[in-house]
Design a protein around this ligand. Structure first.
Ligand code: ZN
Length: 550
């Protein structure tokens, strides 16, 4: 039934139920949207390429060595040998805003960064966005929905824009309150330094970094010796052993690169679960980032086919004979991707259409984000976060710092993200199929939610690639927070039992989430695991926002 229902839904959403005339219209709209989406992305790229702030050594006050080195390389690439270039790539501009003590230059960078896609010239995206919004609304209405957001969310876990909006609004008020207090702390810091100006958006990252240093003084270099790659792999495996009874045995099979390693995965009774391949080190031929993928998916339609699952990361490769050491963020990434990996490995369905990670996009990050929580449990950390030479566990003071920095500056981070998700919904929930004035609509949206003036949207509309370059996250930018609500609430199910590895909870987690693929509607699957739908409480605690008034 589920397979039939999935195929039916796909066909209907693609226009199979429409008459010939409407199908023709739909095809024309889709074609035009694809063209506009490509153009949008190219315009953003062109704006990012055409701008660079070229600086001399004397202008680099405050920048750490790694940022200087990157700026030097970027200048060379642009034909300015011996100079330094700050570009509009996120990593370049963000570290400049975070570390540069030159307020005038920070303002220049911030202004250019926020203006991408709004240059007024050939690469201006405003008219493109207006047309895309109009066409998306038309497309949704052809299929019988009120708005594009209604159409898009109908086949997600959230189901309706109202459900997504309600979740965001529960977080928004608290995030704003917290950001207000963070702002006051930063303003105080400015006064203490003798500054006589009001905190602006180009100041926030700089003063937040100063405050973070003063409070936590966390030196990455002192953490890394406790996070050896092989120990962290063992930690991720052990977590799966404790939760699901899985066993991992290294196997010598021919692989595509000497850095890749393989493990045979079996269950409690020694049955074959699948093959897991880990490819952890960066190399020039590899795409950046980290991801899970499969070489073969689980199914039972053509026999008992077990999956071959791959985790790919980009950790720095150590010199020969040295151990690979990770940052805490790297270790978190390893757990995250391994969570996706288990979603593929434990899959236990008949039809390939429903296997493993083939679930709605606002549900697919649950198994991965949830898995990150076990890295932070004392059971795993004290056993595996040990110095690679002495074998000593990580000192408690260091551990506390690592875990506490997590809630620092969360007012800012939550506001910067949530504003984008709310504006996204405002753009895509329009029921009038016309081309809006996009800048006026963005402003109107931000005024309505009372966006703090000192914080800019993480992505402004004219360069919001998630929404308009392709459109994978159009009306769905809320998904990141939706998934975070799920993972925080799901982990709370273990905490409530007093056992991070509670066997009964683990069994339900395996039966209804990790092994269930797309067998059930995600909301039903979650209810079967948790006994109820998720609430935002655990997320607010995790982000340190629980004490704020809504
Ligand atoms: Zn993920």
């Amino acid at each position: 039934m589920r397979v039939l229902e999935r195929y039916h839904t796909r066909f209907v959403r693609a226009g199979a139920a429409l008459d010939k005339d409407a199908q023709g219209k739909l095809a024309a709209i889709n074609e035009r949207l694809a063209m506009l989406g490509t153009q949008f992305g190219q315009n953003v790229l062109a704006d990012e390429k055409s701008f660079a702030l070229i600086l001399d050594e004397a202008d680099l006050a405050g920048l750490p060595d790694f940022a200087k080195a990157n700026a030097k390389a970027a200048a060379e690439e642009r034909g300015h040998k011996g100079k330094y270039a700050i570009t509009l790539a996120r990593s370049s501009v963000e570290s400049f805003l975070q570390f540069s003590s030159r307020r005038d230059l920070r303002e220049k960078m911030m202004t250019a960064w926020l203006a991408r896609g709004e240059s007024g010239g050939k690469t201006d995206n405003r008219a493109l966005v207006a047309e895309m919004i109009k066409l998306r609304t038309e497309r949704a209405q052809l299929s019988g929905f009120k708005s594009f957001a209604d159409y898009r969310l109908d086949d997600q876990m959230a189901k309706t824009p109202q459900a997504a909006r309600q979740l965001l609004e529960e977080v928004w008020g608290r995030a704003r309150a917290r950001a207000g207090r963070e702002k006051n702390e930063l303003q105080k810091l400015i006064a203490e330094e003798g500054g006589n100006f009001a905190l602006a958006s180009h100041d926030w990252r700089y003063y937040a970094e100063k405050l973070r240093k003063a409070r936590y003084d966390l030196d990455e270099a002192s953490v890394k010796p406790y996070l050896a790659l092989d120990n962290m792999i063992a930690a991720a495996f052990d977590t799966a052993t404790r939760l699901f009874g899985l066993k991992f045995k290294p196997v010598d099979v021919p692989l595509y690169h000497p850095d890749a390693r393989a493990w045979e995965v079996t269950d409690r009774d020694g049955n074959d679960v699948g093959l897991f391949i880990g490819d952890y080190f960066a190399r020039t031929s590899k795409h950046s980032g980290a991801w899970m993928t499969s070489l073969r998916d689980q199914e039972k339609l053509r026999g008992n086919i077990r999956p071959i699952i791959l985790n790919v990361c980009n950790f720095s490769k150590p010199a020969a004979g040295e151990p690979a050491l990770l940052s805490f963020e790297d270790a978190r990434t390893l757990f995250h991707e391994f969570g996706h990996g288990l979603h593929g490995l434990l899959s236990n369905v008949t039809y390939p259409l429903l296997a493993g990670t083939a679930v709605p996009s606002d549900f697919v990050e649950l198994p991965s984000q949830l898995y990150e929580h076990w890295l932070e449990t004392p059971e795993i950390l004290t056993k595996y976060a040990r110095h690679y030479k002495s074998g000593e566990p990580m000192p408690q003071v260091l551990l506390d710092k690592v875990l506490k920095t997590r809630t620092f500056n969360q007012g800012f981070a939550t506001v910067e993200y949530t504003a984008c998700a709310l504006v996204d919904l405002d753009f895509h929930a329009r029921e009038k199929a016309d081309a809006p004035d996009v800048i006026a609509l963005e402003r109107e949206s931000l005024d309505r939610i009372q966006m703090p003036a000192e914080i800019a949207m993480r992505h402004r509309i004219p360069h919001f690639q998630h929404l308009f370059s392709g459109g994978g996250y159009a009306a769905a930018y809320y998904s990141y927070m939706w998934s975070e609500v799920l993972d925080a609430d799901a982990f709370a199910a273990f905490k409530e039992t007093g056992d991070h590895f509670d066997p009964a909870t683990a069994k339900k987690l395996r039966d209804f989430i990790y092994s269930a693929g797309n067998l059930r509607d995600p909301a039903e699957a979650y209810k079967a695991f948790r006994g109820r739908l998720p609430t935002v409480d655990a997320l607010l605690k995790k982000r340190g926002l629980a004490g704020e008034a809504a």
